[in-house]
Design a protein around this ligand. Structure first.
Ligand SMILES: Cc1ncc(COP(=O)(O)O)c(C=O)c1O
Length: 396
């Protein structure tokens, strides 16, 4: 008899099998309908099966799928130019995932100082609760014991500081500091926002000491927070940034973006990727930007965010024993729970509403950015049904 299971046991999905998806909805094999407020963890920014993305993928599939970076790849220049035209960046390197974008960001920061004649400037300051991916280097950057345990020596060169401790930050800076790395809003860490004045303070501190400022916008970028990039809410620009998730709308795609001065340190041969920036990914990335950069798209995200947050604030008032508060920006919304977040997430799933857990006992609500106002109301109604059912079960 062969073994029943052949995939690693690193995930624990609920017993639902999805058969198809459309817009903000997923349908299981029994025909049950779910409202998707996970967006594949902030990925399906335009929902499922967006006609422009489907059409683009089909068209590109009939032209060229894969070339490798041995050759110039159609769509790379266009996507890089559009990302740069709409941000601080001058140069882009394409990857397949968030963690690869972060790896490139880390390498670029260190290589910049090396090229400046400061090869000892290698240390990167990060903050407690951060999540930058699951490679051996980025688990060291995140500094979270639960992700580091059992994986041998911790990659050196990361200094993980308490969130919001300005004195610790100032004390940690020395002549070996290469960069400060931060998510403008911590996603996995529990939708914890870095206040505007702190982001500005980080920029000033970096400028004062010749340190690079790196933003991880893998989760917050591409309209999720109501601007193309979350740091644009506060007008604080980094030197290097990692993005992924939303830019591919469901196709694996990430990017490391940097200023000209910094990016030029990565000379020929210093980095590469077999799949990164492949023609299918480039076509889709450009198609996502076609939609997200349309006039009014961001205004609509922000209007929907206001409506969502009003409903959630009402729910916090109605269920003070279950919920504590609302966090986040745009449609990266966190509901800080008093009851166990995973229990409430299961109760919502029973009502046909899918959400994601996060650190600090937070429920992450990540709808596709194209969610309608009617569906936002439907989300609220399903939450009410879930919280009532949860309370009834507690009493029984
Ligand atoms: C802020 C942040 N950085 C990096 C990553 C890693 O991205 P990926 O899972 O695509 O490697 C994630 C994934 O959740 C993330 O939220």
């Amino acid at each position: 008899m062969g073994k029943e299971q052949h995939t690693f046991d690193v995930y624990a999905p609920p017993p639902i099998e999805f058969a198809r998806a459309e817009g903000c909805r997923l349908f299981d094999t029994d025909g049950n309908e779910y409202l998707d407020c996970t967006s594949g963890i902030a990925v399906n920014s335009l929902g499922h099966g967006h006609p422009h993305l489907v059409e683009t993928l089909k068209n590109q599939a009939e032209k060229i799928w894969h070339l490798s970076n041995l050759f110039e790849i159609p769509g790379q220049k266009q996507l890089a130019t559009r990302l740069c035209d709409n941000s601080f960046a001058d140069r882009v390197f394409f990857t397949n995932s968030g963690v690869e974008a972060m790896e490139m960001a880390i390498k670029t920061a260190r290589r910049y100082h090396y090229a400046q004649g400061n090869p000892d400037r290698v240390n990167i300051i990060t903050f407690e609760g951060a999540f930058h991916g699951r490679s051996t280097t980025t688990i060291a950057a995140g500094g979270q014991a639960k992700y580091l345990e059992g994986f041998g020596p911790i990659a050196p060169g990361f200094i993980n500081l308490p969130f919001g401790d300005h004195d610790a930050l100032k004390a940690a800076i020395d002549d070996k500091t290469a960069a400060i790395l931060v998510e403008p809003i911590q996603g996995e860490g529990g939708i914890r926002e870095v206040p505007a004045q702190c982001l500005r303070g980080l920029r000033e501190l970096c400028d004062e000491h010749g340190i690079l400022l790196m933003f991880d916008e893998v989760q917050t970028g591409i309209g999720r927070c109501g601007k193309l990039f979350a740091h644009q809410i506060h007008n604080v620009e980094p030197d290097i940034m990692a993005i992924a998730k939303g830019i591919g709308g469901g196709f694996p795609l990430g990017a490391c973006m940097a200023t000209e001065e910094v990016a030029l340190a990565m000379v020929l041969g210093t980095h590469g990727s077999t799949f990164g920036g492949n023609p299918l990914a480039m076509a889709i990335g450009n198609a996502v930007l076609d939609v997200v950069l349309e006039d009014n798209f961001m205004d609509e995200v922000n209007d929907k965010s206001i409506l969502f947050r009003q409903h959630l604030a009402e729910l916090v008032d109605t269920y003070p024993d279950l919920l504590e508060g609302v966090r986040g920006a745009g449609l990266l919304v966190g509901l800080k729970a008093k009851a166990l977040n995973l229990d409430l997430i299961a109760a919502m799933r029973d009502q046909g509403l899918l959400t994601v857990g996060a650190g600090d006992n937070v429920i992450r609500i990540l709808p596709p950015l194209i969610i309608s106002e009617d569906d936002i109301r439907a989300v609220r109604d399903k939450m009410i049904a879930a919280f009532d059912a949860y309370k009834a079960a507690q009493k029984a």
